[in-house]
Design a protein around this ligand. Structure first.
Ligand code: MF3
Ligand code: CO
Length: 248
């Protein structure tokens, strides 16, 4: 069931989204060679709580860390640990926070020092793919319009679309209906209505889109070892378009 959020709910989702945005801004300066992913996770945990929110990922289906930190060939759901960031890495922070029962969800990929041309191309066009998807958001358009726009853009730029993972509705649950795939057919799927809140999140790969899951049962990696990137915003559908809840 796809719910339409009330004004009061949207206000709480705006606060949650803003906390997620501020957490990204807070962490950015720490993303330097030598910091461990555990140190990043601890900083995120502390910051989110200092804002009166709770890191939604912690304990979600048993997930052990405050945020998801995925490096290079890790697509999503990387778990913090002793790994140190190195020059040339790309790192995705997928941050979810719950404020007074409502969630915000945003992922962003960052480069560490000088990165390869393959990674630059991947990062630039995965971020663009998010905004190409967002352009389709207005009442009357359908989920398939978002999905196909992302897929077409990714393919035009030679990137792989991970099919097993999707965007989703957001509200008092982190994952709600509808699913928002990053591939599909225009003019299909649920119709967008004012007051729907969804997370759009292209997860694209430099080469093959095939993935596997590591022995920790969480970390999703590319099968071919090439890098992946991930950009995500939570948005609310407005009368004539959308408002980003996890942005400036
Ligand atoms: N943003 C992630 C997602 O939508 C949140 C995952 S929480 C986790 O899948 F606990 F599953 F990691
Ligand atoms: Co999400």
């Amino acid at each position: 069931m796809i719910t339409i959020k009330s004004k009061r709910e949207i206000e709480l989702l705006r606060v949650a989204g803003n906390i997620v945005y501020k957490t990204h801004q807070y962490l950015k300066p720490y993303l330097k060679p030598g910091i461990t992913t555990q140190e990043i996770d601890d900083l995120a945990d502390e910051f989110i709580r200092s804002e009166g929110a709770i890191p939604s990922c912690k304990g979600y289906q048993g997930f052990p860390a405050a945020i998801c930190i995925s490096v290079n060939d890790e697509v999503v759901h990387g778990i913090a640990g002793k790994r140190k960031l190195q020059d040339g890495d790309i790192v995705t922070l997928d941050i979810c926070a719950c404020y007074k029962g409502y969630h915000g969800d945003s992922a962003w990929s960052y480069s560490i020092g000088e990165i390869s041309d393959e990674k630059k191309h991947l990062m630039e066009h995965t971020e663009k793919a998010l905004f190409v998807g967002l352009e389709q958001v207005k009442p009357g358009n359908r989920i398939g319009d978002i999905s196909s726009a992302i897929e077409d853009y990714a393919e035009a730029n030679g990137l792989g679309v991970v099919k097993e993972l999707c965007g989703h509705g957001v509200g008092s649950n982190l994952h709600e209906d509808p699913e928002v795939p990053n591939y599909g057919t225009p003019n299909t799927g649920p119709r967008l209505k004012e007051g729907m809140v969804i997370a759009i999140e292209p997860m694209l790969t430099a080469k093959s889109p095939d993935i596997e899951i590591l022995d920790d049962d969480w970390t999703v990696v590319t099968e071919d070892g090439h890098p992946a990137a991930h950009f995500e915003h939570t948005i609310v559908v407005t009368a004539d378009g959308y408002e980003i809840l996890t942005g400036e």
